[in-house]
Design a protein around this ligand. Structure first.
Ligand SMILES: [Zn+2]
Length: 163
């Protein structure tokens, strides 16, 4: 039996944030666990996506607030790229992912949900990890517990991320 499982969404509706959601995550390291932060360093942080396209979907986000990728310091961009590359290794070796999607949606017209602060999506993929319900009902079915996959990834991060 499949379950429609989205317990993380309830905090999405009750938690109100003033200003930029990602800057709020960036500037509150004491709340990293609550916010499902996987990793942070001086340039960027890595956080689970509360609206995952697939289980294990997370994002690499610069601390610097900008909606324009071209405004990002190249040092920050290269650092983020390094983390993305190591994340793919982490997903393949640590999580057994068979593939992945990576990318950025820039601007509202580019499909960005939070367009004011650029962010890099990383999505592990397995054969058959999505099904027809996504296309017919605009609903996604997850077979993996959000909290459990967060803890598993958090455990893997120090073994794979060292940019
Ligand atoms: Zn921001």
């Amino acid at each position: 039996m499949d379950y429609l499982y989205a317990p993380w969404r309830d905090t999405y509706f009750t938690e109100k944030v003033d200003g930029c959601v990602f800057c709020n995550l960036s500037t509150n390291p004491a709340l990293d666990e609550k916010h499902h932060i996987l990793y942070r360093d001086e340039y960027c942080f890595v956080v689970m996506n509360r609206y995952p396209y697939a289980p294990g979907h997370f994002m690499v986000i610069p601390h610097f607030h900008t909606n324009a990728l071209e405004e990002l310091d190249q040092k920050v961009w290269l650092h983020m790229s390094c983390i993305v590359q190591q994340s793919i290794m982490m997903l393949k070796v640590g999580l057994g992912a068979q593939g992945a999607n990576i990318g950025m949606n820039l601007g509202k017209s580019g499909g960005a949900g939070i367009a004011e602060h650029v962010h890099y999506h990383i999505i592990p993929r397995w054969i058959g990890d999505t099904n027809f319900i996504t296309t017919i009902a605009n609903t996604r079915v997850y077979s993996t517990d959000f909290e459990r996959i967060y803890l598993k990834l958090k455990d893997l991060v120090p073994k794979f991320i060292s940019c």
